[in-house]
Write a protein that binds this ligand. Structure first.
Ligand code: ADP
Length: 389
């Protein structure tokens, strides 16, 4: 093949490549006049015959503020990139990359300017922006709704607590009057009518039970409303606490001939805590041991320290009805009562142990139970130890 033919074939191939490339290509001379444009450029430009036109006078280059960049490129060879321009026919988004053209001596003779179609990417980004904006709006709306619901809920919880505390206050007054009347009546009977006296005593016990239930319900209403309940912390002797609770439970124990005793060699320990709350805890645990204890049985309290972990264990054991294995993990739940205790006719509302658990945990301690049905139960209260007396 002749040299001339070869050059012609080569130029033909170059032309094919440049025309079919999926990219817009123009060549500009030193003055900004287009000397070449491929087919792709013609598709995206509004100009039918671009060759011979000066870019500094073409609307697209002016609208996209490109003149200065091309001037710098043609004067100093400074290549540039500009993304997301809107094409001349306003149908596509294009990214432009322009580089200098230099001769063999390195002089700038013009520029090569290329543009790629990024419409899909830009549209996807715009769509994403729209989705994000909608999402933000939805989240804001949901947050507003949640806050509104929360406000309503807080209000109705407040009303519920107010109602419970008002109602229990209202109930307490007639209960106290009934108790006084029972006392009066009992005194008048002067031990003559044994049957009537025992009936009055039974009513008296039931009234105390209602009062206990009311006290547990109001306790939970208060802690639900204000979980960080104020604690009146003071230094307490554990032995002192136990003997005060034991003496309060003496009558209850005597009724069933249950002996309450502190293990002989128990040393005394000091803890820091809220005396009234800790008394309530021990009253519930030791009271349960009597309620669910065996007639003529016993309730034993032992104190053990775990010197290493600085913990005191108050262990309350009884030889009563015991708790079935399946119930053991649930007795600390609110309102949980075992089948046996319901049949036993004793007890209250199933709130006592939940109160105990809350009090122990508020003191940085814990409470657990072990039991064997028909043999008895062991409740262990662990509290942080202050110092051994
Ligand atoms: P209640 O008011 O019913 O006594 P508690 O929360 O104090 O509620 O106790 C929950 C349940 O755990 C009781 O109903 C009873 O079945 C069981 N229970 C608690 N202490 C003992 C115990 N010492 N012996 C046997 N069962 C017990």
């Amino acid at each position: 093949m002749q040299k001339n033919q070869k050059t012609q074939a080569f130029n033909g191939l170059n032309r094919q490549i440049v025309d079919n490339a999926p990219i817009s290509i123009i060549v500009i001379n030193k003055n900004g006049v287009i000397t070449f444009a491929n087919k792709y450029y013609k598709n995206i430009s509004a100009t039918k015959n671009p060759v011979g036109k000066n870019i500094f006078r073409m609307p697209f280059f002016i609208r996209e503020n490109l003149s200065n960049r091309y001037k710098k490129l043609l004067a100093h060879g400074k290549a540039f990139k500009k993304d997301n321009c809107v094409s001349a026919n306003s149908l596509e988004y294009i990214n432009i990359l322009a580089v200098p053209l230099k001769n063999t001596r390195g002089d700038i003779t013009g520029a090569l300017s290329m543009a790629t179609d990024v419409t899909q990417i830009v549209s996807a980004k715009l769509e994403l922006k729209k989705v994000n904006a909608n999402l933000k709006k939805t989240v804001a709306e949901r947050t507003r709704q949640l806050l509104e619901t929360n406000e309503k809920l807080t209000k109705s919880l407040g009303l519920k607590s107010q109602f419970i505390s008002d109602a229990s206050h209202e109930i307490r007054t007639p209960l106290s009057i009934a108790k006084l009347n029972i006392e009066l009546f009992r005194n008048q009977l002067c031990g003559e009518n044994k049957q009537a006296i025992s009936a009055l005593n039974a009513i008296d016990v039931e009234i105390d039970r209602i009062a206990d239930i009311l006290s547990d319900i109001t306790f939970f209403t208060a802690i639900d409303e204000n979980p960080i309940e104020k604690m009146n912390i003071e230094k307490i002797s554990v032995k002192g606490l136990i003997s005060s609770v034991a003496s309060r439970l003496k009558i209850m124990g005597n009724k069933r001939n249950i002996k309450i005793f502190l293990e002989n060699n128990s040393a005394d320990y000091a803890i820091k805590g809220d005396k009234i709350k800790l008394e309530k805890l021990l009253l519930n645990i030791m009271g349960n041991s009597i309620k669910y204890g065996k007639k003529n049985g016993w309730v034993k309290i032992s104190l053990k320290s775990d010197a290493k972990r600085d913990i005191i264990k108050i262990i309350v054991s009884d030889n009563g009805i015991g708790i079935a294995k399946k119930d053991l993990s649930r007795v600390f739940d609110r309102f949980y009562r075992t089948h046996l205790s319901r049949r036993h006719g004793e007890g209250g509302f199933g709130l006592g142990l939940a109160v105990c658990k809350w009090i122990a945990e508020q003191h940085g301690g814990s409470i657990s139970a072990e039991s064997a049905l028909g043999k008895g139960s062991v409740f262990t209260i662990k509290l942080p130890l202050l110092l051994k007396k």
